[in-house]
Structures are given as structure tokens and as C-alpha cells.
Design a protein. Structure first.
Lengths: 512, 310, 291
């Protein structure tokens, strides 16, 4: 037994030295070793993949997910293969998974046990640390010319420790803290929405709404999946998890403890006031319905969240309510916004070149993109006179066999055809919005939490426990509630997390 | 001497070989399904690397375990997990035996069938839906308890999802409600297996119902009860994740009374789904359970040898 | 004495009826909610007497052709899985009940140990998918659940030990019957109650299982009812988390649909259960008389 332990220790010492680089990045020394090791790493993967598959057509597995109907994926796959085999000599297996299933299986999909070549995932730092993904730097250079043209500067957003582990898809790259509200009610009550410039200004507005609709359960919707309003409505760069943030109006090179800032105190004070006046839902911590289903029933007036400016226009058709927005602060582009979904090549893939070729096609080929996003004309949709798509006769949302609605996951969903009721020229409008946004000083920074994983786990739990009662409960005292939260965070080790973040952030800034 | 022993053994094996053949499919299955993956517990001591796989990833000693013990949460989650489990085990088994005993005494088959089917209902409903149903009763503004009981009585409505003091009772109630119908099946089968003659004889001797329950039913159930208890003790460091995660609707304010080891691990690791740390948590739970089972089995063996499990 | 008996019977039934009401009320609420219109749910919350009834949830649920196939597959998986599971369990439990079997303690421990330690999800997943390739086959539902835990083996073993008279086995052996024949002709007929119990438990586990489907089946054609329904619920939960733009909120099953999902999953079992229970009870009495 003793011997085993000793050999284990030896093993540890030996492997710790071997860690570095893109192929098998460890956590030992980040950043500094990055660029150097990147070369050796990619040279490695290059030698593996450089051989062109002569003559033989490779079939790659493309894994993604949809929350809607994907029954006819095999039919679409066939049509896609016709095009891609002709254009790039690659066949694909479209592995479309149910969204919920995909999310809960993610750990396993990325553990390297699957035969996947191309996959779309969120940021998943831990999988990047475990070396699940291939470095795409050289592959993009060689086979991804169209990708470079489409993504421009944002290509590098998925860069982590000097290695390109993923490419962002085209979607909104920025967010605005804003209020979405029911324009019909605003008109009816003659509310002066133009006067609203910041959160506090809503007071008078909401007072009138509550007076006119005393039964409204949730005048101001603040729910979010994580239970903390500050994670879905924020006027700072969360750096991914709100544990150590960069303030847009503070020192741009400083990582600060959000929960100790004056800004947070102001936000909480306003919310307390709102809560006491009955603007928030009594059960704001456990809301079971989302805003979009409450608003048509006049159970909610407005919702505050970080989103892009087209959100109101986007939800107007499905809610049947004339939604409008008011920005409550400036628009910023942050790493979290750009990296919601990244397209990756698995490091275990033996067909990385083919995968890259197909990815390039997905970013640039309207026909392929349209097939995957909308299916086959005449079967899954028909085209109206003005070139918009609609369901074929006798087909609707409930019984359609292919209506994946994945424009927001696919590399370039803007290439696919638009449906009746969609916002026209969505891509152009979104590009305009993206370009109008200021870049956060921390744009491009991805925090590697592996050195402080224990502290992050503890702090996440503390935040989860305290934030709702601190932020949205009118019955507690603001200052003592914030003090309690901070005391618990200190015990959980938030200072260690922030120090580590600051260290990595300094490195990031000095490399720019 | 030694020779005869071996000879005896050979003879025994010769006599019993059909039994080994019988066991073969099951043993092979357990080996594949349970024992091979157990080697994966090594993940708890590793920093997992895709390229190296489960067995060759770099070792990191006990680093993965630290997060379980580092903060004062460690005490709270351990306490919650243990206390809830103890209450669930005691009350759950008690209720199951009582209900099984009652069911066994229902004479009419149809009535019995109706009862048994109805009390099984909660077991079949998924915990997500149970959470919705609980919410229907507990919600702050639309809930039954507030709207139809407290307010009509002129009492202050209660914000259940913010007040920790009610939750130990709510969770215990939900857990028992959901599980009793199922767990009484096992006891029912054991009770039905008891020779009715024993009861008749006792009744003739003038034993009361209670005496018959204590002196006939309970002794016959003894080995079942002991088995179930020892097993439950093995799982005492695990908690019913769905119950503690879904039913309180993930309300953070309730954490001091709803957070268990499993939910803590889940909340902490959802962000970065660290395989090593999850494995460490599982290993810790298994290990403590294992030790406790060995201990309780030892105690049982001391008390009555035949009821010990091994 | 007679008075007392009557009083006891009243008490017994009162207790059982209260228990049943407690179990039934939420279930009735569940059914009522699944039949309520979405707008009355949003404005009034859950109620036993909703303002407006609607079948929309069920229409939505049964619009997908997949669900009918899923019911068929569920039945198949449950039937095959339960049969194989009972067979394997019996075969391993019976020898373990023979006190003289050399190495019995060791084998007992092997079984018992599996209930305490598990390698966790990831290693098991890797083995079943990489070595045995059960992904997207019907085996994905059957194999990982075959002996869900050692528990069923343990109770079957103790049933054999306490309820099978040794003389019965001895006389079979004296008659020259092989051990397999003894098991089949002598042991099994008096073991129906435990078979019914194990079968019931294993059948319920197979019918209600959604986790194997979640991990090992991505092909929608191979969905069982529970997997189909669970995917629906999970989509809703996850969709709330991914607040991506351009999401079609129609994809979110409404509250009524979620409840309809629960009813659709539980109802078949509820309808079938009383029939199986008949055998269950019959087996019990049979076992009791002969044992």
C-alpha cells in the first residue's frame, strides 16, 4: 500500500512538469508558456492531420442541439451531403440532439469517449483545461478563409491561453441593460417612457401601472434562471461569473468585488424600494413562468435584463403584445456575450481537416445553412411570394417534422431563409448593433478557475444562497444584508478568487 | 490432514457446481456493470485529461476533495444530509410497516386493491411535477395555503420560499408521501408470507391485536427490517437530489435547511463541471457509507448472527 | 371483543382513507391543471375549479407521432427487461440461499459491495458505449438496469432462506432431480410472491426509467414514453437557462402541458397495476398456503 502512494506521488511530480501547451494544457503555469507551447502543440496536430485524405470521402460527426422538432434530420443530412460532397469532398453525420439532453450530457460528450468531430458548446473552461478541443489556429489559416472573412476580429474571441479552441457563431455580440415593456399598457395609461433613463426612473411609471392593474402579480419581472438578478441584469463586465468584475465606469485594469461596490449597493437599494412598493413578485426567487408568457395575460408590465435591442421586436409576434424597450445603460461587448456558443473541433477527432472544411462551409454557404436551419422546400416549408418561408399547407408548429429553429446556434444562421413574421434583414440589423457597441476593457479575457476551483465552488454557493434575499427582498435592511453576503463570501475565499483573476487579467492586459 | 481438507473441498465443489453455473450470468453482469466502472473512482485523484483518459491522467492527490471540506458549508451540508436521512429512514420504515400491516388486514380484495393503487400514485409522479404541485400549495400569492386557509382565517400570509423554519417538515412530508406506497410493498410481501396459523393460534390464546403485531409480525419482519436499515445506512451520505433540488425550487434563501451534499456539489460544479471533483464527492459518499455499513453489520452480527448480511 | 373489532375496522379504514385522500388530491389537481386553459392558469394560479377547461395540452402532446411508437417501445422494454431481470436475479439469489455453499460469504459480499460503491456515471458510460456499443440500441434500456442494485438479490435470497423448507429440497435431491430441475419444479412454484414483488419493482423501474434514455439514446425513434416526456420537461428547464435570442417561445411547453406529460407517463401504469396486483396477491396467498 505504502509503495503505491509513493509511486503515485512520483507520478504526480513527473506529470506536473509535463503540463503545458494547447494539446494537453494543464493549469500549472498559464499564459507565459502558452505561445511557446502553442507552436509545438499545433505542429503535433498538424503532422497528424496534414495528410490529405486522397480519394476517400470522410464522414464527420457534427453534434449540435435543438429545442424543437428535428425528426427529419436524416432527410436533411442526405441533402446536405449532396452539396458538401461535391463542394469539399466531405460527408457529414448530423447528430442533432434534444436540447435538454445535450445540456445534461455535455460532460460526457466532452470527455473524449465519443466519436465526435465537430461540436458546438458554451464556454466550458473546464473542458478546455482537460484538452478536449483541438487548437484551430493553423486549420483556420489553411481551410477557413471564409470564416476569417465572416468573423473578422471576433475570430479570436474564443482564444484561450493563446490557443484557438473555438469559433463564435454569428449572433448578438453585445448586450444592453434594458427594460422590455408592454407598449400597449404604456399607451393606454399615457406613460412617459421617454423620461426613463435609468432603473430608478421606473418608480413613477410602475406606480401608475400598479394603480391601474392592482391584480398584476409581477409588475416588474426580475426572475432569472440562476436566481440572481445581478447575473442577468448588469452594467459591468461579469467576467463570466460575477465573482470579481470589471466596472465599465471604474478603473479598467482592476478586478473588484462586485458585492462591495457602490454600484451594487445602489442597485440593491432601488430594488428594495421597488419590492416594498409591491412592484416585484412576492416569490421572485422561485418564479415558474417566464416574462414572455406572463405579459400577454397582463400579469406583468416590464422586465429588466441584459439583451440586444431587437429583443422587443423579436418577441412581439409570439406574445401578441406590442413590446417595446428602453435602454437603461450603455451597450457593451463582452467576452461572455460573444462566446455564448463556440464551434469546436474535438482533439480526439482524426478528421480535423475535413471538420474544418465543413465548418468553413457552414459559415459561408447559404444553401447548406438553409437546409440545416429550415429543412427542405415543399416538405418542411414553402416560400411565399415575397420570398419568406412559411409552413406547408396542413403543417403547423405542433406537427412539423422538421422545424429545428437553430439559427441562433448554427455558425451563420443569418444566411438561412427568413420566415413570415421574422424581423427583416435580421443579420444586417444585428451587425449594425454589434458594431455600435463599445468593447469592454476585458473583452477577450477568459478566466481559468482551475487553480481556485474550491473557492469558486464555495463562493458560487454563497451567492446562490444570499443573492435573492439581498437583491429582491424588501423586508431586510440593505446594508446589513450586503454586509452578511460579503462576510460569507470572505469566508468562502472570494479574495483568493479575485487575486487569481487579477493576476490572470494583468497578464492578459500586458499581452495585448 | 491437509489432504482430507482439500479432498473435502473438492467433493463439496463437485456437489455444488450447478449452483456456481447458476450464479455465472449474474456475476458476469455485476462484474461488467459494477466492478469495471469502479476502477473509474481513480478519477477522484486526478486532473482529468482527455488525451490521457481515465487511467493515465495526471494525479493530483487529494486536491479534488478539498472543496467538500473547505468552508463552513461542509458542516451544514453534512448535518442536513445526515439528519434528513435519519428522519426519513425511521419515519419511512415505521409508516411503511404500519400501512403494510393495515393493508394486510383489509379483507375485501377490491378495497385492498384500491388502497394499494392509490397510495402508489405519488411514487410514479416525477419529482419535477411534485415540485410544481408543492408550489401550487405553497406559492406566496396564488398558493392554496395562503389563499384558501391563512387569509380566510384572518392570518398573515407566509412566504414559504423565504422562511427556513417550515422546510424540514415540508421536505419530510413530501419524502414520506412519495415513498410510503412503494416501500410498503416489500413489507406487505413479507407479512403475507407469514403463516396465518400463527395468528389464529395466538388469537385463540387471547392475544390482542397489538400483542399479535409485536410478537408475531415484528419478529417475522425482523430480517427484512434489518436488511433495509443496513442498506439505508449505506446510502446515508447520499440525498435524494430531486427532492432537495426541485421541491424548494432552488430558492437560495432556504439553503441552510435544504442544502445537502448532492445539491452543494451540483450548484458548485454546474459552472465548470469538473469530472474529478464530482468523482471525489461520490467517492467520499461511498466510502463513508461503506464504513458505516461495516460497523452496523458488525453490531448486528454481535446481536444476532443470522440476521447479519455477511 | 366484537365491539372492539368493529372499532378497529373503522379506525383502519379511516386511516387508509385519509392516506388515500392525501395521495389522491394532488393527483386530481394534476389532472385538473392539465385540463385547464393556459390563461386561467396564469391569472388564477392552480385551482381545483379552473375558470376555463381546455384539451389543448393533450392535443399538443399527442400531435407528435413519436409518442405512439414510444408507448410501444416502453411496453417492449418493460416486458423483456423484467423477464430477464427476474431470471438473472433468481439464478444468483437461489445459490446464495444455500447455507452450505462453499464461498457463499464471498459471493454475498460481491453482491453487497455493488450497492455501496459505484464508479460514477462517466466510467460506466464510457464502458457501455465504447466496449459494448449499446448507444442507440434497445439494449441501452435493458442492460444498465438489469440488476438495478443488489437489493433485489438480497431480499429474494432471504425469502428463499426463510420460506423454502429444507425437506422439500432434500426430497427432490433424493429423487435424483438435478439442481436446475429442483429450482424450476420445486422452488419456483412456492416462490411466486417474491417473484411478483421483484417483478413489480423491476417492472416499475423499467417503465419509469428515463436516465438510461437520457445518456445512451439520442435517436428520437428509440425514445420510450418516459424518455420522450422527460426530454420535453428538460428542454423547458434548459431553455429557461439559455436565454439566447431568437428562441421560439412556442417551444416551451406550457404549465398545462407539463402536467399532461406527468399524467400521460403515469396513467398507463395506474391502469395496468391493479391487474398485475392480482397476480401479486394471488402469488402471495399461494405461497403462504403451500409454504
Amino acid at each position: 500500500m505504502k509503495k503505491k502512494w509513493i509511486s503515485m506521488l512520483l507520478c504526480m511530480a513527473m506529470t506536473a512538469a509535463a503540463l503545458a501547451g494547447c494539446g494537453d494544457s494543464g493549469s500549472a503555469d498559464s499564459g507565459s508558456a502558452g505561445s511557446e507551447a502553442a507552436d509545438s502543440g499545433t505542429a503535433d496536430s498538424g503532422s497528424q492531420t496534414a495528410e490529405e485524405p486522397a480519394g476517400e470521402v470522410e464522414t464527420i460527426n457534427v453534434t449540435y442541439f435543438s429545442f424543437n422538432s428535428i425528426d427529419d434530420t436524416a432527410m436533411v443530412e442526405e441533402a446536405v451531403n449532396k452539396i458538401s460532397e461535391e463542394k469539399i469532398g466531405v460527408r457529414v453525420k448530423l447528430n442533432a440532439m434534444e436540447g435538454g439532453q445535450y445540456m445534461s450530457q455535455q460532460t460526457m460528450l466532452l470527455s473524449g469517449s465519443e466519436d465526435i468531430d465537430l461540436i458546438v458548446t458554451p464556454l466550458v473552461t473546464d473542458a478546455m483545461n482537460s484538452g478536449a478541443f483541438a487548437d484551430m489556429t493553423d486549420l483556420v489559416e489553411e481551410y477557413g478563409q471564409d470564416i476569417k472573412a465572416v468573423l473578422g476580429d471576433n475570430l479570436e474571441a474564443g482564444k484561450y491561453r493563446g490557443c484557438l479552441y473555438g469559433l463564435p457563431n454569428l449572433h448578438e455580440y453585445a448586450s444592453t441593460p434594458l427594460l422590455v415593456y408592454n407598449g400597449d399598457i404604456a399607451n393606454e395609461l399615457g406613460l412617459d417612457m421617454a423620461s426613463v433613463k435609468k432603473l430608478e426612473d421606473l418608480d413613477g411609471i410602475l406606480a401608475k401601472v400598479v394603480e391601474a392593474y392592482p391584480d398584476m402579480s409581477t409588475p416588474l419581472y426580475t426572475g432569472s434562471s440562476s436566481g440572481c438578478l445581478s447575473s442577468s441584469y448588469h452594467d459591468w463586465d461579469t467576467l463570466g461569473d460575477n465573482l470579481g468584475v470589471v466596472m465599465f465606469d471604474g478603473a479598467s485594469d482592476k478586478v473588484v468585488n462586485l458585492y462591495e461596490t457602490e454600484k451594487y449597493r445602489e442597485l440593491v437599494t432601488t430594488l428594495h424600494d421597488f419590492s416594498q412598493k409591491g412592484y416585484l413578485n412576492a416569490d421572485s426567487a422561485v418564479l415558474t413562468e417566464n416574462y414572455w408568457s406572463l405579459v400577454p395575460e397582463k400579469m406583468s408590465f416590464g422586465c429588466i435584463l441584459n439583451q440586444h435591442e431587437l429583443i422587443a421586436e423579436e418577441y412581439t409576434p409570439s406574445t401578441g403584445v406590442n413590446l417595446e424597450i428602453v435602454p437603461l445603460a450603455e451597450t457593451y461587448r463582452t467576452t461572455s456575450n460573444v462566446t455564448t456558443f463556440l464551434w469546436r473541433i474535438m482533439s480526439t477527432s482524426k478528421k480535423q481537416v475535413s471538420a474544418m472544411k465543413f465548418l468553413n462551409l457552414l459559415y459561408s454557404d447559404a444553401e447548406v445553412e438553409d437546409l440545416i436551419c429550415n429543412g427542405i422546400e415543399g416538405v418542411h416549408y414553402q416560400v411565399t411570394e415575397d420570398g419568406k418561408y412559411t409552413y406547408p399547407d396542413g403543417v403547423d408548429f405542433a406537427n412539423s417534422t422538421y422545424y429545428p429553429n437553430i439559427g441562433w446556434v448554427m455558425p451563420n444562421g443569418w444566411l438561412a431563409g427568413e420566415w413570415v413574421g421574422d424581423i427583416e434583414n435580421y443579420g444586417e440589423k444585428m451587425t449594425e448593433y454589434n458594431e455600435s457597441a463599445k468593447a469592454s476593457p476585458a473583452y477577450g479575457f477568459i478566466f481559468d478557475s482551475s487553480n481556485v476551483a474550491n473557492e469558486v465552488t464555495a463562493c458560487t454557493n454563497v451567492v446562490q444562497q444570499y443573492c435573492n434575499s439581498v437583491e429582491e427582498n424588501g423586508t431586510v435592511d440593505v446594508d446589513s444584508a450586503i454586509a452578511d453576503l460579503n462576510k460569507a463570501l470572505k469566508e468562502a475565499g472570494i479574495d483568493t478568487v479575485i487575486a487569481e483573476k487579477q493576476k490572470q487579467y494583468d497578464e492578459f492586459l500586458s499581452n495585448q | 490432514m491437509n489432504n482430507t481438507k482439500t479432498k473435502n473441498l473438492m467433493q463439496k465443489i463437485k456437489r455444488y457446481w450447478p449452483f456456481y453455473i447458476m450464479m455465472l450470468p449474474g456475476l458476469i453482469y455485476l462484474f461488467i456493470n459494477n466492478y469495471i466502472p469502479m476502477t473509474g473512482l481513480i478519477l477522484a485523484f486526478e486532473k482529468y485529461q482527455v488525451a490521457s483518459g481515465i487511467y493515465k491522467s495526471p494525479k493530483c492527490g487529494l486536491d479534488n476533495f478539498k472543496f467538500l471540506f473547505q468552508t463552513k458549508d461542509a458542516w451544514i451540508i453534512t448535518r442536513n444530509t445526515l439528519l434528513y436521512n435519519i428522519v426519513f429512514i425511521l419515519l419511512g420504515n415505521f409508516l411503511a410497516i404500519v400501512v403494510a400491516n393495515f393493508l394486510n388486514e383489509v379483507k375485501r380484495d377490491v378495497t385492498k386493491k384500491v388502497y394499494q393503487t392509490v397510495i402508489l400514485l405519488p411514487y410514479i409522479v416525477s419529482i419535477v411535477v411534485v415540485a410544481f404541485l408543492a408550489n401550487a400549495f405553497l406559492a406566496g400569492d396564488t398558493g392554496f395555503i395562503n389563499n384558501h386557509i391563512l387569509i380566510p382565517l384572518g392570518l398573515q400570509p407566509v412566504q414559504f420560499y423565504r422562511e427556513t423554519k417550515y422546510w424540514p417538515f415540508i421536505l419530510t412530508f413530501v419524502s414520506l408521501w412519495k415513498s410510503v406506497g412503494y416501500s410498503c410493498i416489500i413489507y406487505l410481501a413479507s407479512i403475507a408470507g407469514i403463516d396465518p396459523g400463527l395468528y389464529e393460534a395466538a388469537a385463540l390464546d387471547g392475544a390482542t391485536r397489538w400483542q399479535r403485531f409485536v410478537q408475531i409480525t415484528m419478529p417475522c419482519l425482523k430480517s427484512t427490517i434489518i436488511t433495509l436499515f443496513i442498506l439505508a445506512i449505506g446510502k446515508i451520505f447520499y440525498s435524494d437530489f430531486g427532492l432537495f433540488y426541485q421541491v424548494p425550487m432552488q430558492s437560495g434563501s432556504l439553503f441552510p435547511v435544504t442544502q445537502t451534499i448532492d445539491t452543494y456539489v451540483f450548484y458548485g460544479l454546474t459552472k465548470n463541471n469538473n469530472i474529478g471533483m464530482s468523482a471525489a464527492a461520490g467517492f467520499y459518499q461511498s466510502l463513508v457509507g461503506f464504513v458505516l455499513v461495516l460497523l452496523s453489520n458488525l453490531l448486528v452480527r454481535k446481536a444476532s448472527e443470522e440476521n447479519a448480511m455477511f | 371483543m366484537v365491539e372492539n373489532k368493529k372499532g378497529y375496522t373503522i379506525f383502519l379504514h379511516t386511516f387508509m382513507i385519509i392516506l388515500c385522500v392525501l395521495c389522491l388530491l394532488p393527483f386530481i389537481l394534476l389532472i385538473v391543471v392539465s385540463l385547464s386553459s393556459e390563461s386561467s392558469l396564469l391569472t388564477e394560479g392552480y385551482s381545483f375549479f379552473p375558470k376555463e377547461f381546455s384539451l389543448a395540452a393533450y392535443e399538443y402532446l399527442f400531435a407528435s407521432p413519436t409518442i405512439y411508437k414510444a408507448y410501444g417501445l416502453s411496453i417492449l422494454v418493460t416486458a423483456v427487461g423484467t423477464a430477464v431481470s427476474i431470471a438473472v436475479t433468481t439464478l444468483i439469489a437461489y445459490p446464495l440461499s444455500i447455507k452450505e455453499l462453499p464461498g457463499r460469504k464471498f459471493f454475498n459480499f460481491i453482491v453487497f459491495f455493488t450497492m455501496l460503491f459505484s464508479g460514477g456515471l462517466v466510467p460506466g458510460y464510457m464502458m457501455w458505449t465504447q466496449t459494448f456499443h449499446i448507444k442507440n440500441t434497445i439494449w441501452a434500456y435493458i442492460l444498465p438496469n438489469l440488476i438495478a442494485n443488489g437489493f433485489s438479490i438480497m431480499i429474494m435470497r432471504s425469502y428463499f432462506m426463510t420460506n423454502i423448507p429444507k425437506e422439500l429440497l432434500e426430497s427432490a435431491r433424493v429423487d435424483g432431480a438435478s439442481e436446475f430441475v429442483t429450482l424450476w419444479k420445486v422452488v419456483l412454484p412456492v416462490s411466486l410472491p417474491i417473484m411478483a414483488t421483484i417483478g413489480l419493482m423491476s417492472g416499475m423501474a423499467y417503465w419509469n426509467d428515463w436516465s438510461n434514455g437520457l445518456y445512451y439514446v439520442t435517436d428520437k425513434k428509440l425514445n420510450t414514453v418516459q424518455v420522450f416526456l422527460n426530454n420535453m420537461l428538460m428542454n423547458a428547464q434548459q431553455l429557461d437557462k439559455v436565454s439566447g435570442a431568437g428562441l421560439d417561445m412556442n417551444a416551451l411547453p406550457s404549465t398545462a402541458v407539463r402536467m399532461a406529460v406527468a399524467v400521460a407517463g403515469a396513467l398507463p401504469l395506474m391502469c395496468v397495476y391493479p391487474f398485475f396486483q392480482k397476480y401479486f396477491v394471488k402469488g402471495m396467498t399461494l405461497g403462504a398456503v403451500k409454504g
